[in-house]
Structures are given as structure tokens and as C-alpha cells.
Design a protein around this ligand. Structure first.
Ligand code: ADP
Length: 488
């Protein structure tokens, strides 16, 4: 349908394209956001590591100052108050003992002396074996001296660095110190916890060692990945909702358009339905007026035709009026205890002549002693009229009508059965829609407005009941009205 294409294009432009662009944008932005988050974490961790290194430097700096201030007794005091200090080495025999460990580092000391000449006492860490390191410096008080504080690395990490690490880690991070070469852990604020995905930096004071840090619970990557998949899921849900909304709008508009098309058919159908009986009435009335009909029997027949065509017109106009009242919700029903056997009998009497003249076989099966139901007798009769009308109209060659009234599990069931053309399964759900007519096969030749079954359903639902159809093409149809039994 041309119009449908337009709707699809409009929806695609208004809803789906922006949604698509937004999703693509969000997904590409997600990556950037995750990178930003990782970067933020990285900087935070760098800050943490910086403070650890700074702390170690401060401690070492304090030791150096202590030695400068007290060249004689400082070394002994340092050792006694700091378990990680193994000894103080100096090239001056008056400071403990001179040592090859210092001579090996002559170049470093030359550099440190140059710093000292510029009034800056720089400390330089230097590994000394597997479990010790030296902190080298040139004292300001005596720039000719070379001093090295020999430190036990495990004790230093445990006592000095570890304390600081625990303060920083609290409950948020896990921080560990590992040997750079082997990755073997020396210290951890949470011993035994794996450190995959941890950020690492070299430990300044002990250069062949790393400090590794990660978030407690999840690693940054895990956290970023979790956020990413959560956002992705949200975008997915949002897209699904948008798609569903677009689908809903599309379906509603398509339905409305179908309805517009059906309504147009309705106008031409009804015009046709009005014109046929009118021209028949006019034709037979003119013939009678001209007194061309000589036999009494023929005259009688023409009168009967005129009468029936008038009834047909009345029913059609009633249907249209009732339908319009139904549409504006102004149709009211007066429910009263109603005897169904009488009601069915009355309706069949109206049809007796027509059914007989069309040589229909009529079967009426009304269960004896049925209770009265609460119903609007006139409306219910109208519903039956419409069902019988259809059974005749679409009755085909079967020419059979059965009306059965019986008690059912939830009330009373009134079935109207024919052996006519039947309704294909795919149309069965729609025949109760207003204006809907099955548009193929024999039906085309039968006249109708497409309102009958819509009116029937409205009446039945107003009684708190429901209507069902069973039908097979070529075999016939059974429409069953189910009415609840209410206390009268
Ligand atoms: P109308 O008969 O005026 O077209 P209805 O609402 O009464 O409108 O019926 C809707 C459509 O359902 C009909 O056009 C017809 O195609 C189909 N239909 C209704 N009753 C029968 C029946 N007894 N047998 C076959 N088709 C039927």
C-alpha cells in the first residue's frame, strides 16, 4: 500500500534513524568513557604510588639528617631505633668502617657531591644483594664524606613502606610489593590475593621492586567492563522500547488507514444496498399503479415483494442507526428476565416466509425448561436477526438453518448454524470488526454493510457475554452467542 510505505519512511526518519544514530554514538562514546574512567583510576593510583615513594624518601631523608646532625653517635642510634637499618657505611674511618660497597659506587657519589655543591642533598637508592639496599648520600656538613645506609629490604618494606601502604589501602585497595625480576610477592596488604590486572610502578627506594595496586573486589578493567556491559544493556533496552513504540505507532496508523479504506467500501456498499430495494419497490409499485397486472395472485406477490423490500430497508437503516448509537456509546440496554424459547420463536416467525420461499430446511432445538436470562429482548432479537440474515445471505446451496439453545457450563448458548460458504480461518477473527467483509469468492456477490456482526458483538458484550464462530470454507459456519445466567 502506498500510504503504508509513507508511514514506514516517516517512522524510520522520525524515530528509528535518531535512535540508531544515538545508539551508535553512545556505543562509540562508551569506549571513550571507559578509557577516561581507566585513565582516572590510573592517575589516582599514580598519586597513591607517589605518596608511598615520597614517604619512603621522607624516612630515608630523616635518617640522613640524623646522621648529619650527630656524626658520632648517630649511626648507633639509627640502628637501635630502626630494625630495618643493618648498618651505616662511610669512607671515613671515624664513621664506622670504610667499605668496598661504597668504592664501587664512586661515580654515583661524584654525582651526589655535585648536587651537594649546589646545596642539594640528594639521596640515591642502590641495590645491594638480594635482600638489602643502600641509601647513598653526601652529608652537607662534610661534603668530602661518602655515606651509605645499609637497609634490610624485607624489614624496610614490612615496617616502613607496609605501614604507609596499609594506611592508603584501607578497605578500597589491595597494594603489594613484588620483586621486579621474578614477580615474587614480598608484601601485601591483603596476603594471598591475586594481583592480575593491577597497576604497577617501580618502587623508588628499592628500584628492583614494584608496587602493584588494584581495587579491592574488582579490578579496574572488570569495573570498566561491567559498566560497559551495563550501559550496553541499557542502550539495548532503550532501542527495544523505541522499536516497540515505533511498531505500535505503525500498527495503529495502518489499522486506521485500513479502517478508512473499509469505511469507503461501506459507503458504496450501503448506497448499493439502499438502491436495490428502492428500485425494486419503485418498479413493482409502478407496475401495480399502471394496472397492468391482471391476476390477483400476481398482484398479491408484488405486494409481498414490496413489503419485504421495505422490511429489508428498515432493517438496514435500523442497523446503521444502532451502529451509530453504539459508536457514540449512547445505546442503552434494558435488561429484563427474558425467555429465550419465546424470543427464538418470535424471530423465526418473522423469517418463516423468506426461509420457506428460499426452500431452507429449518431446525430448531430449544432445551426444555431453560431459565429466563437477563436480557434486552429487542436487542437480542436484533442480534439473532443479523445472524439469521447472514446464514441466509451466505447460506449457499446448503439451504440449511439450525438454531439451538441450550444450557452451557457458564450460562446459556444460542447457536446459529448454516451449511453455506463458510469463512476462511484467517478472516474469522476479523468478521466482527466494523465494516469488515470477507472480500473474495462468493461473498462479493452478497450485499452487506459489514456492520451486522459488529452490532451482534456489541449487543452480546453489553449482556456480559461473548460470541464465537466456528467455520470451514465450503462447509458452513456456526455462530454461538454465550450469555451468562444472572439472578433475575
Ligand atoms: P455483512 O453481512 O453486511 O457484510 P456482517 O458484519 O454481518 O456484514 O458480516 C461480515 C462478513 O462476515 C460478511 O461480509 C461475510 O464475509 C462474513 N460472514 C458473516 N456471516 C457469515 C456466514 N454465516 N457465512 C459465511 N460468511 C459470513
Amino acid at each position: 500500500m502506498h500510504g503504508t510505505k509513507k508511514i514506514v519512511t516517516a517512522l524510520a526518519l522520525i524515530v528509528l534513524l535518531p535512535a540508531l544514530f544515538y545508539s551508535v554514538y553512545e556505543i562509540s562514546a562508551l569506549d571513550e568513557t571507559e578509557e577516561m574512567v581507566s585513565e582516572m583510576y590510573r592517575r589516582q593510583l599514580d598519586a597513591v604510588l607517589f605518596s608511598v615513594n615520597q614517604h619512603a624518601l621522607d624516612v630515608a631523608s630523616g635518617w640522613a639528617t640524623q646522621l648529619e646532625n650527630d656524626p658520632r653517635g648517630g649511626a648507633a642510634r639509627l640502628r637501635s631505633s630502626n630494625p630495618s637499618v643493618i648498618g651505616v657505611l662511610t669512607d671515613d674511618s671515624s664513621w664506622n668502617r670504610g667499605t668496598p660497597l661504597l668504592r664501587d659506587r664512586a661515580e654515583t657519589f661524584d654525582r651526589l657531591a655535585r648536587y651537594q655543591a649546589a646545596a642539594y642533598r640528594k639521596l640515591e637508592p642502590s641495590p645491594a644483594g638480594d635482600s638489602a639496599f643502600l641509601i647513598l648520600f653526601v652529608p652537607a656538613s662534610d661534603p668530602a664524606r661518602r655515606v651509605g645506609i645499609l637497609v634490610n629490604s624485607e624489614r624496610f618494606i614490612d615496617g616502613v613502606v607496609g605501614q604507609k601502604l596499609r594506611d592508603i589501602a584501607q578497605n578500597d585497595f589491595i597494594i603489594a610489593v613484588r620483586r621486579r625480576s621474578t614477580g615474587a610477592p614480598l608484601y601485601s596488604t591483603s596476603p594471598g590475593t591475586a594481583m592480575e590486572g593491577a597497576q604497577t610502578r617501580q618502587l623508588w627506594i628499592f628500584p628492583d621492586h614494584d608496587v602493584a595496586i588494584r581495587l579491592r573486589g574488582v579490578t579496574i578493567q572488570e569495573a570498566a567492563r561491567e559498566r560497559f556491559s551495563r550501559n550496553l544493556a541499557l542502550i539495548g533496552i532503550m532501542d527495544a522500547v523505541l522499536l516497540a513504540a515505533a511498531w505500535f505507532v505503525y500498527r495503529t496508523i495502518r489499522r486506521e488507514m485500513e479502517l478508512v479504506a473499509l469505511r469507503a467500501d461501506f459507503v458504496s456498499n450501503v448506497s448499493h444496498e439502499l438502491r436495490t430495494p428502492l428500485s425494486l419497490i419503485r418498479m413493482f409499485a409502478e407496475t401495480l399503479q399502471m394496472k397492468r397486472v391482471t391476476s390477483d395472485a400476481k398482484r398479491q406477490e408484488y405486494y409481498t415483494i414490496i413489503l419485504h423490500e421495505t422490511e429489508r430497508l428498515t432493517r438496514l437503516i435500523n442497523n446503521i442507526l444502532n451502529f451509530s448509537r453504539m459508536e457514540s456509546d449512547s445505546r442503552k440496554y434494558q435488561l429484563q428476565p427474558t425467555r429465550l424459547d419465546e424470543l427464538v420463536e418470535g424471530v423465526l416467525t418473522v423469517y418463516a416466509y423468506k426461509l420457506e420461499s428460499l426452500s431452507f430446511t429449518v431446525v430448531k432445538e430449544v432445551e426444555p425448561s431453560l431459565p429466563a436470562v437477563m436480557a434486552d429482548g429487542e436487542a437480542l432479537a436484533e442480534a439473532l436477526h443479523n445472524l439469521i440474515d447472514n446464514a441466509v445471505k451466505y447460506g449457499g446451496e446448503g439451504r440449511f438453518l439450525r438454531i439451538a439453545v441450550r444450557r452451557s457450563s457458564d450460562g446459556v448458548a444460542i447457536a446459529v448454524e448454516d451449511r453455506g460458504i463458510g469463512i476462511p480461518a484467517e478472516h474469522q477473527g476479523k468478521v466482527f470488526d466494523k465494516f469488515y467483509r470477507v472480500s473474495h469468492g462468493l461473498v462479493h456477490t452478497a450485499k452487506g454493510s459489514g456492520l451486522g456482526l459488529a452490532i451482534v458483538r456489541h449487543i452480546v458484550q453489553a449482556h456480559g457475554g461473548h460470541i464465537a464462530v466456528e467455520s470451514a470454507p465450503g462447509r458452513g459456519s456456526t455462530f454461538t452467542i454465550h450469555l451468562p445466567l444472572r439472578a433475575a
